[in-house]
Design a protein around this ligand. Structure first.
Ligand code: TXA
Ligand code: MG
Length: 344
């Protein structure tokens, strides 16, 4: 157990500067510190320091073969970590960074080998959250940072989630309230002539295609039956798991009500996770609203997954969403979190 220092930062607070310097100082001496990004909270450590990076794996219980994303403050710093890249990369960076996108590029070896998990590529991103950017500028080193949750659990979108998972295991937590997008960055492999989405996220396929034309999607993402090995090592692990089993119900409120009634008749305690429109049509007791738009659903999803606790419910039923825009990322995460998919 270590004592986890916690700084409460309001976005426009006057003493932010001092707190960010303190957090940056801990990062510079090789400690692991959690901080907010516009997607989810990250657990950061000096990406050039092998021992510092190993503290991330230890605190999270993360498999060693799963590489981390290096976070930097500027385009120049991003290109300092990689070898020659295809010409479309600069266009992507100019359009979407800072923002919720991670580029997988050929590594030049600047990052420690446990950041890249021994791969020849490195994932790099420039977050747009003002606190993350300030922290990165203050310490002026690339910061390796996975989501700041225990491995397997839903990613943290508030400092409370980070505290639940990592208090006593990390040196510090910069608390700046809820994140924004609520789902992780889009991971895009930029080592070939045509970019490939390895993990859908904050920037959609449609948005990417407007800039670079054709974009492919890792076949492993497209169908559960494809039996393809995902190219982002982390995508093969069980992820985002709530405390109790969750079933995805594809078939609208009617199918949801029928399934609910059956489970209740069997004596089960059932929690419903759904958007406002679906909830309005249901006659159920335990429910959490994910909001209305796809953006709201993305922002509320991980908190919803964490809120249903063992002891309160035996099973969660969740509805499905159209796979357009951020809906692609929402459905990717829901499929991974669910133990069963029920279609009409
Ligand atoms: O929004 C985000 O990306 C957040 C915030 C904190 O920046 N970070 C995040 O990191 O989600 P993590 O470690 O939870 O997920 C990183 C994903 C994993 O699936 C990993 O396998 C993949 O990116 N990845 C990282 N480096 C890679 C590489 N060189 N090649 C292929 N996949 C890579
Ligand atoms: Mg993660």
């Amino acid at each position: 157990m270590v004592e986890t220092k916690r700084w409460n930062i309001t976005k426009n607070g006057t003493n932010n500067e001092k707190m960010i310097i303190e957090a940056g100082d801990l990062l510079k001496v090789g400690e692991a510190v959690a901080f907010p990004t516009e997607t989810v909270y990250g657990l950061g450590a000096d990406a050039t320091n092998h021992e510092a990076v190993s503290k991330i794996f230890q605190a999270k219980g993360r498999p060693q073969d799963n590489p981390l994303i290096a976070h930097v403050a500027t385009k120049e710093q991003l290109f300092q970590l990689v070898k020659a890249v295809p010409s479309y990369v600069e266009e992507l960076v100019d359009t979407f960074s800072p923002g919720p996108i991670t580029y997988v590029l050929p590594s030049n070896g600047t990052c420690a080998d446990n950041v890249t998990a021994g791969l020849t590529t490195v994932g790099v991103r420039i977050p747009s959250h003002p606190v993350a950017l300030k922290l990165l500028k203050t310490c002026n080193i690339p910061i390796a940072a996975p989501s700041a949750n225990l491995s397997g659990k839903p990613s943290p979108t508030t400092a409370v989630h980070v505290w639940e998972d990592l208090n006593g295991k990390i040196a510090g937590l910069v608390d700046a309230g809820p994140t924004g997008v609520g789902l992780e960055s889009t991971v895009i492999d930029c080592t070939q002539d045509i970019p490939v989405i390895l993990r859908p996220g904050g920037i959609s396929k449609e948005e990417l295609e407007e800039v670079v034309g054709k974009v492919m999607v890792d076949p492993a993402l497209q169908s559960a039956e494809a039996n393809e090995k995902p190219k982002a090592p982390g995508m093969k692990y069980k992820h985002y798991a709530p405390e109790v089993p969750m079933w995805l119900i594809d078939g609208g409120s009617e199918k949801m009500q029928i399934t609910y009634n059956q489970l209740i008749a069997e004596g089960k305690r059932v929690g419903i996770l759904a958007n406002r429109n679906t909830l309005e049509k249901l006659n159920v007791e335990e429910k959490i609203s994910l909001g209305e738009s796809l953006e709201e659903v993305a922002a509320n999803l991980y908190d919803g997954l964490r809120k249903f606790k063992q002891g309160d419910v035996d099973i969660i039923l969740c509805d499905t969403y159209p796979e357009i825009g951020i809906g692609q990322a929402v459905m990717n995460r829901l499929r991974k979190a669910a133990s069963r998919y029920i279609a009409e």
